[in-house]
Design a protein around this ligand. Structure first.
Ligand code: ZN
Ligand code: ZN
Ligand code: ZN
Length: 366
């Protein structure tokens, strides 16, 4: 686990909560909880919640049997740990720590059963999402977090460099995905989390699951893969072709590469997130493929693969140094081919730092 100043994060969360007039934050086992206190038990039907109030009081309420586990957390001296036994009502206990009312800010990743029980126990409270508080904090990475993202990106780039040195033509998507997963770990990932290998017509499906299809000459191959190092994700995409590339693939790839460059060039502090999407979309619209660019341009990345902010129409997050997100335009021609190019980028004091540095040209393999 990365060294993190959990006391500062808890203090920041409490003052943000006070600034919006909230009464308490309720965070269940999730990346938010890991971020705030470094504790990451399994989310289960027995509720575990961190409660932070606007005055900065912090209590971790846990099933009594997990009290020893919680006490081992490095940050355990920062909060009171209260255990509840199976013959007690945990929701009444949690409610007693929530002050009975006001506006409660709840983390996005909490089971519906827990929220519904809390709402039944506290009919007078108002409930809203904690993402404007904790999500906003997590969006701006500190140096240690940026370091982990850089290491993850470099390891993913190294995995790709090794992969393209292997013969890929004639192998199945599934076999190539397995090779890629092994290489991600060999280059330092703690785990390989996903390896999309989408060839030929399958490349037109952005979240394709690898199949037993054998990769043939002239196929576009979209490789989109990543894993975690110290909890932080890599996520990169390159498009390859085995043998000679057809005219259409070359043309589409050039448009996507130009869109990816334009969007990356638009990244700097002070601009709004939607403008990054606009920059990519303008290039693809102008080339006549606007309706074939069927997803947003990017997503924040950190302890989660997809987290705020989003490079999409309507996201008015103002970019700040330390934010990290993907830039991944694509064009998908159903039944034929698909092309996507994806890098993780970080916002610097003056502009942008692409964390992935693999060549972005169409990779032609023999
Ligand atoms: Zn995706
Ligand atoms: Zn990806
Ligand atoms: Zn992505």
């Amino acid at each position: 686990m990365l060294a993190a100043d959990h006391a500062a994060r808890l203090g920041d969360a409490a003052s943000r909560l006070a600034a919006v007039g909230g009464s308490a934050l309720v965070i269940a086992p999730s990346p938010d909880l890991r971020y705030l206190i470094g504790y990451e038990p399994m989310p289960l039907e027995r509720p575990t919640v961190l409660v932070v109030d606007a005055e900065g009081a912090v209590v971790l309420i846990v099933p009594a049997l997990e009290r020893p586990l919680a006490a081992e957390t490095g940050a355990a001296e920062l909060f009171e740990i209260v255990g509840w036994r199976d013959d007690e009502d945990p929701y009444a206990l949690i409610a007693s720590r929530l002050g009975g009312g006001g506006t409660v800010f709840v983390g996005d990743r909490i089971w519906g059963s827990h929220v519904l029980s809390l709402q039944r126990t506290m009919p007078g409270a108002a409930w809203t999402s904690a993402t404007p508080i904790v999500g906003a904090m997590r969006a701006r990475k500190d140096e240690a977090e940026l370091g982990a993202l850089r290491r993850a990106a470099a390891a993913a780039d190294a995995a790709l460099a090794d992969l393209v040195a292997e013969p890929i033509g004639g192998r199945t998507e599934r076999a190539v995905a397995a090779m890629l997963a092994e290489l991600l770990v060999a280059h330092g990932h703690d785990t390989a989390e996903f390896t999309i290998v989408a060839s030929g017509p399958n490349a037109a499906s952005p979240h394709h699951e690898p199949t037993d299809r054998r990769i043939g000459a002239g196929d576009a191959i979209v490789l989109d893969f990543g894993g975690t190092i110290d909890g932080y994700y890599s996520d990169t995409t390159r498009t390859l072709v085995v043998g000679a590339a057809g005219k259409q693939l070359v043309a589409v790839h050039a448009v996507v590469a130009e869109a990816q460059r334009a969007a990356t060039d638009a990244v700097r502090p002070g601009v709004e997130m939607w403008t990054i999407d606009r920059a990519a979309r303008t290039v693809i619209d102008d080339a006549g493929y606007g309706d074939r660019f069927i997803h947003r341009t990017g997503h924040g990345i950190g302890l989660e693969l997809h987290e705020p902010p989003y490079a999409a129409a309507g996201d008015h997050t103002v970019l700040e140094p330390g934010m990290a997100f993907s830039v991944e335009p694509g064009i998908y021609l159903e039944g034929k081919l698909g092309v996507r190019i994806e890098d993780i980028v970080a916002v610097t004091e003056t502009g942008v730092e692409p964390l992935n540095t693999s060549p972005r040209a169409l990779v032609v393999l023999d």
